[in-house]
Ligand binder design. Structure first.
Ligand code: ZN
Length: 121
C-alpha cells in the first residue's frame, strides 16, 4: 500500500504521515470529500498548455485556411475550439478556470474572424 500525496502526487510509504517529497500532511482519502483525480501543479500546467494549443488550432483553423486561399466553409471548425475552454471554466481549480476564460476569449475572436472572412470577402 502507498499513500499518495494530495499536493504533489508522490507515492509515499504507507507508514508515512507527511509527504517525503513536499512535506504535506497525508490524510486518508475519504470517498465523497475529494475529487477522484487530484492534478499535480505540473500536470495542471501541461493540461493548460495542451488546451491552449487545441483551442488555438481549432478556433483559428478557419482563419488560417482562408489565408492559405483555400476558401472552404470551415468556419464551423472554430466551434470545436470553444469546447475545451467551456470545459475548463467549470474546473474546480482557480488557475485552470482563469486560463479557461482566456482560451474562451481566444476561441471567440478566432470564430468571429473566420466568419467575417467567410461572409464579407
Ligand atoms: Zn507531496
Amino acid at each position: 500500500m502507498v499513500r499518495i500525496c494530495k499536493n504533489c502526487g508522490y507515492n509515499n510509504e504507507d507508514s508515512y504521515n507527511y509527504c517525503a517529497k513536499c512535506g504535506t500532511q497525508l490524510t486518508d482519502n475519504v470517498i465523497g470529500t475529494e475529487m477522484p483525480i487530484q492534478f499535480s501543479e505540473e500536470s495542471k500546467t501541461r493540461l493548460i498548455i495542451i488546451s491552449y494549443i487545441i483551442t488555438i488550432i481549432l478556433s483559428w483553423g478557419g482563419v488560417v485556411v482562408y489565408l492559405l486561399r483555400a476558401k472552404y466553409a470551415v468556419g464551423y471548425l472554430g466551434f470545436f475550439g470553444a469546447f475545451m475552454p467551456f470545459y475548463l471554466i467549470q474546473a474546480p481549480d482557480k488557475r485552470i478556470r482563469k486560463h479557461g476564460y482566456i482560451m474562451l476569449l481566444i476561441s471567440l475572436v478566432g470564430i468571429a474572424l473566420s466568419f467575417y472572412l467567410l461572409f464579407y470577402n
